[in-house]
Design a protein around this ligand. Structure first.
Ligand SMILES: *Cc1c(COP(=O)(O)O)cnc(C)c1O
Length: 396
């Protein structure tokens, strides 16, 4: 970065921490060093912080305090949910249903089960990235134990019909897991109304710290107990109800809870504000730059996500040119942006590999201003024009 002004438009990859979260964590790093399992008072103080944090985080999704399992990341929550649910229920069946546009954490967790004799159906999506509910229902067999469909996609922002999926899962007595890492704190989620059994979230996509996540695990009642849905995939000292045994990251979790508290306060206002910024970017680009199109659904998408197809040039070149002008954007998911493989999500919505390489993801956040967006929209057209002049792909 060599420009004096630097504008971060990559909130889907990770977010800067909110200063108030940093303040809370600093306080806990200094003063809440106890092990939450210890009997002495510093330990019990840490345990109390966990109780309060669980309560705050549960309240965002209409869950109960003891339904929250803290993990070290969204990826870890996905793995505990999918592997744990599949293994626990393997006597009932060995079939899982997921989608073709999942984050690699879900995709690869499902694929890993193949070696253990499981089969996975990867449901296709339409050109907007939406699964088909009839197709989902048709795929359920007596062997199906788990459906894992993401709440909102990290690349194209499409929001899946979660409530309807939850109804189908409940009707067929199949466990429903959703990777809500991108949606958590950005759009309303209600695990009761949506019949969600398992949900993954991560603090760093929400102005909290990296390396802190959670798994919501529906507790259908004390009689049935926690073991009904998932079994542990890690073994250790019994923390987090045996599902994630490690000394608990109390300062990080307190930061996560602060981030959730802020998200709850800001959500209605931020949905409105970020939707406006999002729409401004979409409309400007589609109206002012030739040969561009929007990836994902026009309205059923995250308030902060724009994913553009820009024909004849490579997304990587645009990202590098934007960076030298002081703007951070992305070509797709951060995990795949270093590989030369086109994004599996863009291929799944029907783009050709060459088109998938020409995508630009711009994601705004709580700290993005109107001026930031205007600056980006001033810089983008000349970059596209310059790159197209040099492009061997442009057929004119
Ligand atoms: C970022 C992300 C993850 C991974 O979360 P980490 O906390 O970084 O492991 C999983 N799923 C989705 C949809 C994501 O965007």
């Amino acid at each position: 970065m060599n420009a004096s002004k630097y504008i971060y438009l990559d909130y889907a990859a990770t977010t800067p921490m909110d200063p108030l979260v940093i303040e809370v964590m600093n306080e806990h790093f200094r003063n809440s060093y106890g092990n939450s399992s210890s009997l002495h008072s510093v330990g019990q103080k840490a345990a109390q912080i966990l109780v309060k944090s669980r309560e705050t985080i549960a309240s965002l999704i209409n869950a109960k305090r003891d339904e929250i399992i803290f993990t070290s990341s969204g990826t870890e929550a996905d793995n505990i949910a999918i592997l744990g649910a599949a293994l626990k229920n393997q006597n009932r069946g060995k079939h899982i249903i997921t989608s073709t546009i999942e984050h690699h954490a879900v995709e690869n967790a499902c694929k890993s089960l193949k070696k253990k004799g499981f089969s996975t159906t990867f449901l296709p999506v339409d050109k907007y990235g939406l699964i088909d509910l009839n197709e989902l229902e048709d795929m359920i067999t007596d062997e199906t134990t788990l459906i894992s469909i993401m709440f909102a996609n990290n690349e194209i922002g499409t929001i899946e019909p979660i409530k309807e999926i939850g109804e189908i899962a409940k009707e067929h007595d199949v466990i429903f897991h959703t990777d809500a890492v991108q949606a958590f704190g950005k759009v309303p989620i209600n695990v009761e109304a949506m019949n969600i059994d398992l949900l993954s979230a991560s603090a760093h996509k929400l102005y909290g710290p990296k390396g802190v996540g959670m798994l919501y695990l529906r507790n259908k009642g004390v009689r049935e107990g926690w073991g009904k849905y998932i079994e542990p995939i890690m073994f250790g000292g019994g923390h987090e109800r045996d599902l994630r045994p490690s000394t608990v990251n109390v300062p990080g979790i307190a930061g996560f809870a602060k981030a959730v508290e802020l998200a709850k306060e800001e959500m209605p206002k931020e949905i409105e504000r970020q939707t406006k910024l999002r729409n401004k970017i979409i409309e400007f680009v589609l109206n002012n730059i030739d040969d561009t199109y929007l990836n994902g659904h026009r309205t059923q998408r995250l308030p902060n996500n724009v994913n553009l197809g820009i024909r004849f040039i490579e997304g990587e070149s645009i990202v590098l040119d934007l960076d030298s002008e002081g703007v951070a954007a992305s070509t797709g998911s951060a995990c795949s942006s270093k590989s030369l493989e086109p994004s599996h999500v863009l291929l799944a919505i029907g783009l050709k590999p060459q088109e998938a390489h020409g995508s630009l993801r711009v994601t705004v956040g709580r700290f993005t201003t109107d001026d930031d967006v205007d600056y980006f929209l001033k810089k983008l057209p000349p970059i596209v024009e310059r790159l197209r002049k040099m492009s061997p792909l442009k057929s004119n």
